[in-house]
Design a protein around this ligand. Structure first.
Ligand code: OAD
Ligand code: ZN
Length: 234
């Protein structure tokens, strides 16, 4: 049984300097989501899509974990296998913070793969200054390892099992508007979990949340986590 299952979204990376998607000034305002986050957009203009993800990949190399990421790593250290983290973020910051029990359900900015033979590459093997990168095995186009709209997220089976077997399910920094992740609170609640949200604004799936803490993840999570650790020791 998992004690704490946590789902994070773009909001937890905001305090590390990464833009969210749907807030004012969010990424989807500048880059139409259907152009840079769909298989159709990639087919229409792979160069435009690659430029977008190369920019985000380079930024991800420079950013650092903030107190929110660090608090979740601390909770993992305290709870061990009774903790698990799922993220919709592709920036890799949870990994940088040291989180190990982690599922990156929307893919990773530091990887890409061939659209034909599916061979995987690390971004650091790729010439990012050149034209759209090509598979050395078969000559087809490479694409970023990002789950786009209309595609199925990774690890859904494992996630479902964890949602059905957790005491507390907590969402942090996610608007609760992108499915299937937005529906996880409903599954967890139906199977008996207590549901918690930490978010700057009310998430769209608030009706399935038992406890809502409004504010910044980096400000709320550290003391929140210390309290959980204190309670579980006491
Ligand atoms: P959104 O941009 O939709 O939502 C970010 C949420 O974080 C908003 O509800 C904000 O109020 C909140 N927020 C902002 N700053 C915060 C802070 N410092 N602390 C806490 N909360 C804060 O991002 P996601 O919900 O992650 O998919 O979006 C889900 C998916 O949609 C993404 O994974 C991405 C996107 O399209 C793909 O790229 C496949
Ligand atoms: Zn190939």
């Amino acid at each position: 049984m998992i004690k704490y299952l946590v789902l994070t979204g773009a909001g937890i990376s905001a305090e590390s300097g990464i833009r969210t998607f749907r807030d004012t000034g969010g990424l989807w305002e500048e880059y139409p989501v259907e152009l840079v986050a769909s298989p159709e957009g990639f087919a229409a203009d792979p160069k435009f899509v690659w430029d977008f993800y190369i920019k985000r990949f380079k930024q991800s190399l420079e950013v650092e974990p903030n107190p929110g990421h660090i608090a979740l790593k601390r909770l993992e250290d305290a709870l061990g296998d009774k903790f698990h983290l799922i993220t919709q973020n592709v920036d890799g910051i949870h990994r940088k913070a040291g989180s190990k029990r982690l599922l990156e359900m929307h893919g990773r900015l530091d990887q890409c793969y061939c659209i034909s033979c599916h061979r995987q590459y690390n971004m650091n093997e790729i010439d990012l200054a050149g034209d759209v990168p090509i598979c050395t095995a078969c000559g087809s186009l490479l694409r970023p390892n990002i789950v786009w709209f209309g595609e199925v997220p990774y690890y859904l089976y494992e996630i479902e099992e964890m949602l059905k077997n957790c005491e507390v399910f907590m969402i942090v920094g996610t608007s609760g508007s992108v499915y299937p992740a937005a529906g996880f609170v409903m599954t967890a609640k139906l199977f008996g979990a207590r549901t918690v949200a930490i978010n700057l604004e009310k998430p769209d799936n608030l009706s399935f949340i038992d406890e809502f803490y409004q504010g910044r993840a980096g400000e709320i999570l550290p003391s929140f986590v210390e309290k959980i650790i204190g309670d579980s020791n006491g």
